[in-house]
Design a protein around this ligand. Structure first.
Ligand code: URA
Ligand code: ZN
Length: 348
């Protein structure tokens, strides 16, 4: 085993070369366009949202190449990343193509992980993945089940994104793409409103719908990991039926919210679920330990890169600082959130 505690990033994305070449060929969204910047340099931009401000976002090797992922991990002392295909996944394809593409992308991701390096002096890999389900309207149950079986049989795919089949051992990552509504106002604030607010609110709605559907009663062993610390759900759960408080404590949340006060609060709300079960009401500071066990470090790499390639990424530095400074979390709680909880959840 490594001497220091491992840091595990559970929220880390890629667009595989296969998906990138598809984006390059497309004329409708999502697509990659080439253009010249003001300084005369040619660049590629990925446009995935309708009316995306600024003509999309620059997309380059950090989104695609495994070496870039590994360099980023090394720079920030991240030992292991659980990598998922970034949005919009395969939502834009007809069912048959989405199914075929999902199978190919899952094979690509298994190879990406299994041929990557180990954590030094361990038999643990540095890269694991979430497989992808072709969740498009006309897809057949048989196609979905075939994809689930493929993911389950792939040794380095430890979960899947966006869908919740009752699968032995797979963790389900619930991640947004569409946002909710379009109430962004007249002023051009770039990506701020759709990404900072629309994204987490989409997750809030998705998780609430899962809770209200009774899925967690039918499949109590389901392990759902919500992106961006569950969005607004921790704040709003008491406005739902009070049972929502109880179910919230059955979920796992990433720690991608950039603030220690938020993480402290989220751990209180998760801990309250335990109290709720035993009928006692008030959460004490010490209960934050219980809540912290369901929170896992993430970065959202490669989104939000720094302006200069020598800088550390704020998405890492701020999320690690936030974990470090949560009032009431013990050193062991912080180690858990940084990596230990993921090692248990994904059975690494
Ligand atoms: N993070 C993501 O995962 N996707 C985006 O589109 C932007 C940020
Ligand atoms: Zn993300």
């Amino acid at each position: 085993m490594a001497s220091r505690k491992l840091i595990v990033d559970v929220h880390s994305h890629l667009y595989s070369p296969r998906l990138v070449s598809l984006f390059r060929k497309r004329t409708n969204l999502p697509k990659i366009i080439s253009r010249f910047r003001d300084d005369g340099q040619k660049e590629e931009r990925l446009v995935i949202l309708d009316d995306e401000p600024g003509g999309g976002r620059p997309v380059g090797p950090i989104y695609i190449e495994r070496d870039e992922k590994l360099k980023f991990m090394k720079k920030h002392d991240i030992d292991i990343s659980i990598v998922s295909t970034a949005n919009p996944w395969l939502d834009f394809l007809p069912a048959k193509e989405a199914h075929e593409m999902a199978l190919q992308l899952n094979d690509d991701l298994e190879e990406y992980c299994s041929t990557g390096p180990n954590v030094p002096n361990t038999s643990i890999r540095q890269l694991y993945g979430f497989g992808l389900l072709p969740l498009v309207p006309e897809i057949t149950t048989e196609s979905l089940l075939e994809t689930v079986r493929q993911i389950s049989a792939s040794a380095h795919l430890k979960g899947l994104s966006n869908g919740y089949p009752r699968t032995a051992g797979l963790v389900v990552f619930i991640h947004p793409h569409y946002g909710v509504g379009k109430a962004w106002g007249e002023k051009d604030n770039g990506h701020v409103l759709p990404l900072a607010l629309g994204f987490p609110f989409e997750t809030t709605v998705a998780a609430t719908r899962i809770i209200l559907s009774g899925v967690l009663d039918r499949f109590p062993s389901l392990r759902l990991l919500l992106a961006h610390s569950g969005g607004a759900l921790p704040q709003l759960s008491s406005r739902l039926k009070h049972d929502a408080r109880f179910y919230l404590g059955k979920l796992y949340l990433d720690a991608v919210c950039y603030g220690s006060e938020e993480l402290g609060f989220v751990s209180d709300v998760l801990a309250r679920s335990n109290r709720y079960e035993t009928g006692s009401k008030n959460v004490a500071l010490g209960d934050r330990t219980t809540g912290s066990k369901r929170i896992l470090f993430g970065t959202d790499h490669p989104f939000f890169p720094p302006l200069s390639s020598s800088e550390k990424w704020k998405s890492v530095v701020e999320n690690l600082e936030a974990i470090e400074n949560v009032h009431g979390w013990t050193e062991a709680d912080k180690e858990g959130v940084k990596g230990g909880n993921a090692i248990s959840l994904f059975n690494l």
